[in-house]
Design a protein around this ligand. Structure first.
Ligand SMILES: [Zn+2]
Length: 287
């Protein structure tokens, strides 16, 4: 009796020990599972950036408003918002993120820091103006008019208007070679209707430019500038959609969203072409 009680007692102690060991094993196993589950999350780059991106949530909200509403002036004209420049801005910041996201604001902050602006991730007037001057600084600096030997008369098929007169189909030689290379590459990447990326206008002589200005004396647009980059034969107006060369916001909004324009923003630089941000069709060969 005593013996059996004692055995039962010992047996009960053994059971408790087993339960305790089981609990210990279960707790240890759960700890391992938890560690394994949290490890890849903690070490993945997206998770590592998450707290940083969250810090830019307020900047993203500001950007969502400023993208459509920021008031600024360019060329003596009141401008509203910077949504027309989404692609160029993305290219400058080397980010594909939508301009209204925290990730975009974080990428902007990196650029702001490099540019010694306040790295708040908000694309305000100050940052926009700095970005525009960066874009403008990459354009043709030498606007010396082309001499006749620097110009080629190129086939009508390269032009948006194939009926364009021969004297209006002249392009600086190196510019034309680079242009042909560029559109061959675009042809490989995109299935575009043939009118896209055709030349609307290239070399314009000072005389021709003067005539244009006399015909529309109130036009202060850069297209009819007194010292036009088109004098060099290195500036090409290229068809990117919509009305070919109309600066109205509604027209440019169409142009900046075409696959042709977006392709140029991503690729034209490889071929030596730089944009004029305000005119989606105007590209300058700077090599
Ligand atoms: Zn132009």
């Amino acid at each position: 009796m005593h013996l059996s009680l004692g055995r039962r007692f010992v047996g009960a102690l053994d059971d408790m020990k087993n339960v305790r060991i089981h609990i210990t094993i279960i707790v240890a196993a759960l700890a391992v599972v938890a560690a394994v589950m949290s490890f890849p999350a903690r070490s993945s780059p997206a998770q590592a950036l998450r707290p940083k991106a969250d810090a830019f949530a307020a900047a993203a909200a500001r950007n969502t408003t400023l993208r459509n509403e920021l008031n600024w002036t360019f060329g003596g004209k009141q401008q509203r918002g910077w949504y027309l420049y989404d692609s160029l801005i993305g290219k400058t910041l080397n980010t594909q993120h939508d301009t209204t996201t925290s990730d975009f604001a974080a990428a902007l902050a990196v650029w702001q820091k490099k540019t010694r602006l306040s790295a708040d991730g908000v694309l305000d007037e100050n940052s926009l103006m700095r970005m525009i001057s960066q874009w403008q600084s990459t354009r043709l600096k030498n606007r010396t008019p082309a001499t006749p030997d620097q110009l080629l008369t190129v086939p009508p098929a390269d032009f948006y208007d194939p009926g364009r007169a021969a004297e209006l189909r002249q392009v600086e030689r190196n510019t034309y070679a680079a242009y042909k290379e560029m559109i061959a590459a675009a042809d490989k990447d995109l299935k575009l209707s043939p009118k896209y990326l055709k030349i609307v206008s290239a070399f314009r002589s000072r005389e021709y430019q003067d005539q244009l200005r006399q015909r529309s004396p109130n036009s202060g647009s850069a297209g009819l500038a007194v010292n036009s980059p088109h004098f060099t034969g290195r500036a090409l107006d290229i068809y990117v959609g919509g009305d070919p060369v109309d600066t109205k916001d509604s027209n440019r909004a169409i142009q900046v969203n075409t696959p042709a324009y977006r392709w140029l923003v991503r690729n034209a630089e490889r071929f030596g072409f730089r944009p004029y941000f305000y005119e989606p069709w105007h590209w300058e060969y700077v090599r």
